[in-house]
Design a protein around this ligand. Sequence first.
Ligand SMILES: Cc1cc2nc3c(=O)[nH]c(=O)nc-3n(C[C@H](O)[C@H](O)[C@H](O)COP(=O)(O)O)c2cc1C
Length: 185
Amino acid sequence: MNKVIGIIAGSLRKSSFSKKIGSALLSMAPEGFVFKLVPLDNLPVYNQDFDDNDIVPESYVAFRDTVRNLDGIIFITPEHNRSMPAVLKNAIDIASRPYGKSAWNGKPGAVFSNSPGNLGGFGANHHLRQSLVFLNVPVMQQPEVYLSHINECFDERGNVKDDKTKDLLNKAVEAYIAWFRKIAG
Ligand SMILES: Cc1cc2nc3c(=O)[nH]c(=O)nc-3n(C[C@H](O)[C@H](O)[C@H](O)COP(=O)(O)O)c2cc1C
C-alpha cells in the first residue's frame, strides 16, 4: 500500500508561496508514496473548552482524522515575525489534543521554510522544530531547507520556474523519502 505523506503549508493566503511550493511537491512523490495537500482553512482558534465539554468542531474532527491517517508530513512554513504563522501553530495545537491523543505522534516529518527575504524563514523553521520535538515527530535534520527570495521562483501560472529551486526541492524530497524509509521501515 502507498505511504501517504501530508503536505501542510502554513498559510491561508490565496496566492501563498508556501501553497505553491506544496503544489510543486505533489509530482515529486516516488513510487510507493502519495503526497497529499492538507489545507488549514476553517480551523477555529484552539480552545480547550471544546475538548473538555465535548463540543469539538467538525473541522477539528476531520483535521485530526486526516493527520492520524498520514504516514508522514512535510511542513512548508512561511515566517511571521521570526516564527511560524499562527495558522500553522493553531493546526499543530489542534491535532495535538486531547492530551495523550496527539495525532502527530511518531510520524516522520520535514520542515521546508521559505521567505521573500534573505533568510528563508530560518526563525520559523526552528520554532516549528521546537514544537515537533515535544510532539515526538522525528524531523529530518539534513538537508535543512531554507528557500529565500521565494517571490522570484514562480512563473505567472504558479509553477516553479528556476532550476535551482526545482533541484533543491527534488533533493530535499529524495532525502526525506530515504530518511522516512530508514525511520518507518
Ligand atoms: C504578520 C507578518 C509577519 C511577517 N514576518 C516575517 C518575518 O519575520 N520574516 C520574513 O522573512 N517574512 C515575514 N513576513 C513576510 C512573509 O514572508 C510573506 O508575507 C510571505 O509571502 C508569507 O507566506 P505565504 O506567501 O506562504 O503566504 C511577514 C508577513 C506577515 C503578514
